[in-house]
Design a protein around this ligand. Structure first.
Ligand code: FNR
Length: 369
């Protein structure tokens, strides 16, 4: 179907499933174990109901915001996802360009299919990006990588902390068996670019240090002047520890349902984290909270913002729209989310992002409430 036949983010998923190689589809779409969390990530948004206000002047709707000080057209960023070339030959380079066109930040993945230099070179002169870090068992490699990011003007470093071991993704595992059935790991490219000849998940795990722990946080802070955040926090205690350790924020995420199965969606964790942070004295200004997982509608963005998130990350919708239509597909996907968010804001009586509050949603059907 032509690009303008795409009406929502789910449409891209259907097209991607048709056009992608089975191995690539298996790697992107799979979740851990029984995929309970994968499915629940989007469903959780549906457990939150709207509480709109009337007779507010909503002639003009302003969706613009700042994400860690970076201007954005909407409270959304493209989160890090490994191996974008499995979607499209233009891979991460197309995502960098789409991020610029759509006016949102992109979190460059450590395990990219283009090299870090190629991703950085794809930026426009005034374009600001973030970066995701898997801490390497060889710490000096991570230090070099981080230095390169900092020298390139990257604004923030999101350290992924939910993957000391990669989850069991059975679709991906089955594909791997049909491909090779070997245990050998490849590591011969620069800049963390991945040799996926042995199956995507297997190739990745050797890049991640399972020994990483809270005592390493001072080291992480010492190797860069960039803002450092944790990606993959799932409870108030850990968010408060991150705040007390002097970090700049955290992402409430279950890795798109790809790691520990039956854990809660980020949107469900958000109320407890905001409460814990408030008690600990954190403010929105000195500690930023993000969520990702299952964001598929403009209304999902609204609900996350209402509950205290500075912005949301989107993962698979970027890969699926890239696989289906290349860079233009990603830009259209964002425009559709923007249109949806604009309508939800208008119908809720919230003409700009700061006007969206927890009073505009009801969360009694979320766990812990
Ligand atoms: C991911 N994610 C991820 N996260 C990370 O920190 N480093 C990584 O290399 C990857 N790789 C990756 C690959 C693929 C194919 C997917 C789908 C996801 C997790 C990602 O950043 C994010 O947490 C989820 O994708 C958010 O969920 P949705 O938007 O995909 O539902």
């Amino acid at each position: 179907p032509p690009l303008n036949a795409m009406l929502n983010s789910f449409d891209f998923e259907s097209v991607a499933r048709e056009v992608m190689e089975p191995q690539a589809w298996g790697y992107y779409s799979s979740g851990g174990d029984d995929e309970i969390t994968l499915r629940d990530n989007h469903l959780a948004f549906q457990r939150i109901t709207m509480r709109p206000r009337i007779l507010v002047n909503v002639r003009e709707i302003d969706m613009t915001t700042q994400i860690l000080g970076v201007p954005a057209s909407v409270p959304l960023y493209f989160t890090a996802t490994a191996l974008a070339k499995l979607a499209h030959q233009d891979g991460e380079v197309a995502i960098v360009k789409a991020a610029k066109k759509a006016g949102v930040p992109y979190m460059l993945p450590t395990l990219s299919s283009y090299t870090l230099d190629e991703m950085l070179e794809a930026r426009s002169p005034d374009q600001q990006v973030f970066s995701q870090l898997y801490v390497n068992p060889e710490r000096s490699r991570s230090e070099e990588y981080v230095k390169k990011l900092e020298d390139a003007g990257v604004k923030a470093l999101f350290v992924t902390v939910d993957a000391p071991q990669l989850g069991r993704r059975e679709k991906d595992m089955r594909n791997k068996f049909t491909q090779q059935g070997s245990d050998v790991q490849g590591d011969d490219e620069e800049d963390g670019a991945v040799d996926r000849s042995q199956g995507a998940t297997r190739a990745i795990s050797s890049y991640i240090d399972p020994g990483l722990n809270w005592e390493d946080v001072p080291w992480l802070k010492s190797i860069t002047k960039m803002k450092v955040l944790l990606k993959g926090v799932q409870c108030a205690e850990d968010a408060v520890s991150a705040y007390k350790a002097g970090l700049a924020g955290c992402v409430l995420s279950n890795h798109g349902g790809r790691q520990l199965d039956t854990c809660r969606p980020g949107i469900e964790v958000l109320p407890e984290v905001m409460e814990g942070l408030k008690e600990a004295g954190a403010t929105k200004e000195n500690f930023a909270v993000f969520i990702d997982g299952g964001v598929r509608r403009g209304g999902d963005i609204f609900k996350a913002v209402a509950l205290g998130a500075q912005a949301v990350g989107v993962g698979r919708p970027v890969l699926y729209s890239l696989a289906s239509y290349g860079m233009n597909g990603i830009v259209r996907m964002v425009h559709m989310l923007q249109d949806e968010l604009q309508m939800v804001m208008r119908l809720s009586g919230t003409p700009n992002i700061p006007s969206i509050t927890e009073k505009h949603v009801i969360i009694t059907n979320l766990a812990d409430h």
